[in-house]
Design a protein around this ligand. Structure first.
Ligand code: SF4
Length: 99
């Protein structure tokens, strides 16, 4: 079996985490945007952004650029910038914000 066949075989849908249902993701997104707006659209520092994404890159709930947690479904490269956001897992996996 070639390397590409091996990769394809290991990326079958049953091996991958699934995104929440679309309606749930829409609700989660609306909530996240409302929080972000009421937080004054604040962003985290670049170091904090990178630290968040490093954690996501090792997380079993990540699916490419998406978080598949039932309370999320967000695009990680966008969500990780927003100071109002946190990792939805319990306990949250992201490093605490420097204050
Ligand atoms: S936000 Fe949290 S649960 Fe989602 S992929 Fe990142 S570390 Fe995992």
């Amino acid at each position: 079996m070639s390397m590409s066949e091996e990769i394809k075989r290991n990326e079958t849908p049953e091996n991958l985490p699934a995104l929440p249902p679309t309606i749930q993701m829409a609700k989660n997104f609306v909530k996240a945007v409302a929080k972000h707006v009421s937080d004054g659209l604040k962003k985290v520092a670049f170091d904090q952004y990178k630290a968040r994404l490093e954690v996501c890159n090792k997380c079993p709930l990540r699916l490419k650029n998406r978080c598949t947690h039932p309370s999320c479904g967000c695009f990680l490269d966008k969500k990780a910038w927003w100071a109002s956001e946190d990792c939805p897992d319990d306990p949250p996996r992201w490093p605490r914000l420097n204050s």
